[in-house]
Design a protein around this ligand. Structure first.
Ligand code: SAM
Length: 248
């Protein structure tokens, strides 16, 4: 295993270890998390519902790095769709499958446990078959060459006119937005049940790896992958939701 793959495996195993505590921690401690998810749902409603009504079809969505399925649930709340779940952690995928199939029994298209930094996470998924790829707080875990490879795959999987919606962390020169965000998160964490929050925070500090750069750099990579109308839909301190469309 190369060093990069070992780092990513450790990020995945970190999430695997706290899959059952994830939702309680995430909703309470991560600033802006619920708003971000709501906006992912709103974006799908805006970009997909009129199109799907006209085509009398149901949208097909990939939730890339689905975790416990919160982005899928936010989308399904606002937009009839079928979702395909992908994550490196088996336990996270199991929780996501249970939640999505419990709330929207007809909406699960499939699921897969796969490392997004590998070459084959998209094996068997047809080119041009999906209306949207949503990916919330995941792509920042990929080293830059793998990030570029992953968005190129997303481009290939999307239909013409399909959208990539990616929420991730950014860092900007001469800005303290990351420090501010993490201070905010730390103060929320301290208000939680300490056993749970110390456990999750400890795992994340020890095992999770992020690769940050600026919004402009990532927007350029999206453009180079072929996406148009690349723009930020929302930002809370260092977390932003970027959208880009595969040309019609
Ligand atoms: C912060 S969680 C976000 C989960 C979910 N999208 C959400 O918004 O709650 C990060 C997720 O990315 C997954 N992940 C991180 N690196 C990965 C990789 N290289 N391949 C597949 N999944 C990965 C983790 O297993 C975890 O479920």
């Amino acid at each position: 295993m190369t060093e990069d793959l070992m780092i990513e495996a450790s990020t995945i195993s970190c999430y695997d270890a706290h899959a059952t505590a994830y939702d309680r921690y995430q909703f309470a401690a991560v600033p802006g998390y619920s708003v971000m998810l709501d906006l992912v749902g709103d974006a799908c409603k805006r970009y997909l519902v009129p199109k799907m009504l006209a085509a009398k079809a149901e949208a097909k969505i990939i939730d890339l790095g689905c975790g416990t399925g919160n982005a899928s649930l936010a989308v399904l709340k606002k937009c009839p769709a079928k979702v395909f779940l992908i994550d490196g952690s088996e336990r996270m995928v199991n929780v996501a499958v249970e939640k999505v199939s419990g709330s929207y029994p007809q909406s699960l298209l499939g699921n897969r446990i796969a490392d997004l930094s590998g070459e084959d996470w998209d094996n068997g998924l047809a080119d041009g078959a999906f209306d949207v790829v949503v990916s919330t707080l995941v792509l920042e875990h990929l080293p830059f060459p793998r990030y570029k490879a992953a968005i190129a795959k997303c481009f290939r999987l999307l239909k013409p006119g399909g959208w990539l919606l990616g929420a991730e962390g950014y860092v900007e020169e001469e800005s303290d937005m990351q420090e501010w965000f993490f201070e905010e998160m730390e103060s929320r964490r301290k208000g939680l049940d300490s056993e749970l929050s110390d456990y999750v925070a400890g795992l994340r500090n020890e095992q999770e790896t992020h690769y940050y750069c600026s919004k402009n750099v990532k927007a350029r990579w999206w453009n180079e992958a072929g996406f148009e109308r690349v723009n930020m839909l929302w930002q809370y301190l260092c977390i932003g939701l970027m959208a880009g469309r595969k040309p019609l």
